[in-house]
Design a protein around this ligand. Structure first.
Ligand code: PEP
Ligand code: MN
Length: 264
């Protein structure tokens, strides 16, 4: 299989602009769960850039559990991400949820995110494979390692070899945390596959106070990057406020991460 170490022994380095994911550097992709307003995304972008993030995350199309919950600003949100990119130099990662929007989202973003709920949306996987954008493939909430690797295989078989895995926690019997972050997937994937592995400690825990420790654990486990939710006012966030770091908490975490990276 294309995704396997047998097919390719050396690590895949995903090149995006001046950045390389899967190489020596650890990339931090930070930002709000949802793009909510111009001031919210610009304030967050400037702060995470200042603290050392290289990518801005933010959802413009949101896959929500309830149909009555905020569904995203759609193209207006993509335009705000593009504006933040322009102002800060951060590159952008945002989710595409529908085959009909792939071209539109690809036009605005640097990385296309496939959300956990769509990991086995094979028609969406085939569609994003036709773009020339790197893909961040989140693990399905109850997907096995094998199923996850086969989802990546769909994208590679479709002609797009720039795929990154993103561990974001799985559903277990534990309900204190929103999901159980399965950090064993980092070395497991790295032994079986040549693709980079990113960890999302925000969805992986559902609790902001657990995020710094799990971020450091992910990096110690060998992750190539972190995807983390940050919001200027988490208590006012329209989605995932409980797992979002404040700008100050994010900056503090980045300092701890720098110390850890030195030690590794
Ligand atoms: C997100 O990144 O905001 C998101 C919806 O993540 P997941 O697909 O992992 O739930
Ligand atoms: Mn979220």
């Amino acid at each position: 299989k294309l995704v396997s170490r047998e097919f390719q022994s050396e690590n895949t380095i995903v090149k995006i602009g001046d950045y390389e994911i899967g190489g020596d550097e650890i990339h931090v992709m930070a930002g709000p769960c949802s793009v909510e307003s111009r001031s919210q995304i610009l304030e967050t972008a400037h702060a995470v850039k200042e603290a050392g993030a290289t990518f801005l995350r933010g959802g413009a199309f949101k896959p929500r559990t309830s149909p009555y919950a905020f569904q995203g600003l759609e193209e207006d949100g993509l335009k705000l991400l593009a504006e933040a990119r322009e102002e800060t130099g951060l590159l952008v990662v945002t989710e595409v949820v529908d085959v009909r929007d792939v071209e539109l989202v690809a036009h605005y973003t640097d990385i296309l995110q496939i959300g956990a709920r769509n990991m086995q949306n094979f028609f969406l996987l085939k569609e994003v494979a036709k773009t020339n954008k790197p893909i961040l493939l989140k693990r399905g909430p109850s997907a096995t390692l094998e199923e996850w690797m086969m989802a990546a295989e769909y994208i590679m078989d479709g002609g797009n070899y720039q795929v990154m895995f993103c561990e974001r926690g799985i559903r277990t019997f534990e309900s204190y945390t929103r999901n159980t972050l399965d950090l064993s997937m980092v070395p497991a994937l790295q032994s079986l596959s040549h693709l980079p592995v990113i960890v999302d400690p925000s969805h992986g825990t559902g609790r902001w106070n657990l995020v710094p420790a799990m971020t450091k654990a992910a990096v110690a486990a060998g992750a190539d990057g972190i995807l983390v939710e940050v919001h200027p006012q988490p208590e006012k966030a329209v989605s995932d406020g409980k797992q979002s770091l404040t700008l100050a908490n994010f900056a503090a975490m980045m300092e701890e991460l720098a110390v850890l990276s030195q030690a590794l």
